[in-house]
Ligand binder design. Structure first.
Ligand SMILES: C[S@@+](CC[C@H](N)C(=O)[O-])C[C@H]1O[C@@H](n2cnc3c(N)ncnc32)[C@H](O)[C@@H]1O
Length: 241
């Protein structure tokens, strides 16, 4: 059976998360470039780039930046100017050579989708792909805040889609089960998200084991410092050797 992350990131995802837009990406990327100006030079990978909203901003500063994602649908929705700079693939099998990337960005929580072993292996491979002093930007949820403030159920509507969501913490994962209804056709479908809740310190330890040194942690896309109540945990690391 297909994994949830192989089927969910399609037109319905794009519609329901349309508030995660180009403007949010512009603010976040411009702030990140001030903390890590190294991202403006050399090959930099926007990993799990989706429709390329961050990549588009990054490429204004760095013409060698490129993106990779598993979802054919989201890649097809990217602006046509990005097409030559997009590859389709699974992040568990990254096709780049070790020590070649100047930076890797993972925006809006594309981490923690797999088993612990696979997540750890991914972090190690991110570390090994970077050249010395290369940058890893990991934009992840604030796991402690999520656990403290979980909203068990809600309904949101975006365009023609209504999503009735149930959220729970199952073991060490945040699981969101959604029933999507297309209001025009009445068509329904079930989708889910399941993300491992790594507390900030555990993520940091994983990154250190991958040869990375923490430079800064931001708690919002506009660049405020991380606190226990921050909506995001945006770790900016540099490769230590
Ligand atoms: C929450 S979205 C974030 C997208 C984008 N970074 C953004 O901020 O709009 C997660 C992304 O991870 C991608 N993804 C999921 N599993 C993947 C995998 N195994 N390999 C590569 N990309 C994957 C999805 O297709 C989706 O685009």
């Amino acid at each position: 059976m297909a994994e949830w992350f192989e089927t969910w990131f399609d037109e319905d995802y794009a519609l329901l998360y349309s508030h995660r837009d180009e403007e949010e990406a512009r603010v976040a990327m411009e702030r990140a470039l001030r903390v890590a100006p190294e991202l403006t030079a050399g090959p930099v990978l926007d990993l799990a780039c989706g429709v390329g909203r961050h990549l588009e901003i990054l490429r204004r500063a760095n013409p060698l930046a490129f993106g990779m994602d598993l979802s054919k649908t989201l890649l097809r929705m990217a602006p046509s100017s990005l097409r030559p700079w997009l590859i389709r693939g699974d992040m568990r099998r990254l096709p780049m050579k070790a020590g070649t990337l100047h930076g890797i960005c993972l925006w809006f929580t594309p981490f923690g989708y797999f088993s612990d072993d696979e997540n750890r292996a991914l972090m190690l491979s991110l570390g090994s792909l970077l050249k010395p002093q290369g940058i890893l930007l990991m934009d992840y949820l604030n796991a402690d805040l999520v656990a403290r403030t979980l909203i068990p159920e809600d309904t949101v509507e975006s365009g023609e889609v209504r999503a009735q969501s149930r959220r729970s913490i199952e073991g060490d994962r945040l699981v969101k089960r959604m029933v999507l209804t297309h209001r025009d056709t009445g068509e329904q479908r079930d989708v889910m998200e399941s993300v491992r809740l790594y507390p900030p310190l555990e993520l940091q330890e994983m990154a250190v084991r991958a040869g990375l040194r923490l430079r800064r942690v931001l708690g919002t896309y506009s660049g405020e410092a991380f606190t226990e109540d921050s909506p995001r945990w945006i770790g900016i690391f540099e490769k230590a050797w």
